[in-house]
Ligand binder design. Structure first.
Ligand SMILES: [Zn+2]
Length: 132
């Protein structure tokens, strides 16, 4: 289970649309399952089919989270033309078994959807996502 406000969801969708035609990515910070803040990250891969966070930027955000007493609740990224489901590359590059991988699909740009997953040792399990 992961929960976020409607405002945060809209911020994430806006960021994903801004990065078109490439995938967008970011870090969801908060406590437990509640997201309090979304950090918009650089997609170092600049690709419509993949994302890689810039390691230096990621380190900076992780330090800030520690200072704020927040955790990395999840990681989000967009799929520009496919469903909100982890790709084989997403599974391969899922290094955080404790994080929720949130995927926003812009396949239908007027109706962006988000789904959350845990990816552990190559196994995908969907988690409920609550937007209020
Ligand atoms: Zn993906």
């Amino acid at each position: 289970m992961i929960s976020l406000s409607k405002e945060l969801f809209l911020q994430i969708v806006k960021h994903c649309k801004e990065e078109l035609p490439d995938e967008a990515c970011g870090i969801l910070a908060g406590k437990g399952s509640a997201v309090e803040k979304a950090y918009e990250m650089i997609n170092a891969d600049k690709s419509p089919e993949n994302f890689i966070m810039d390691p230096a930027e990621q380190l900076k955000v992780m330090k800030e989270l520690r200072n704020l007493g927040l955790e990395m609740v999840g990681i989000y990224h967009s799929h520009v033309a496919s469903e909100a489901y982890p790709s084989s590359r997403d599974i391969e590059l899922a290094f955080y078994p404790e994080a929720r991988y949130c995927i926003v699909t812009l396949k239908d740009k007027n109706n962006p959807r988000i789904r959350a997953f845990r990816i552990k040792e190559g196994k995908i399990s969907e988690e409920e996502i609550s937007i209020k």
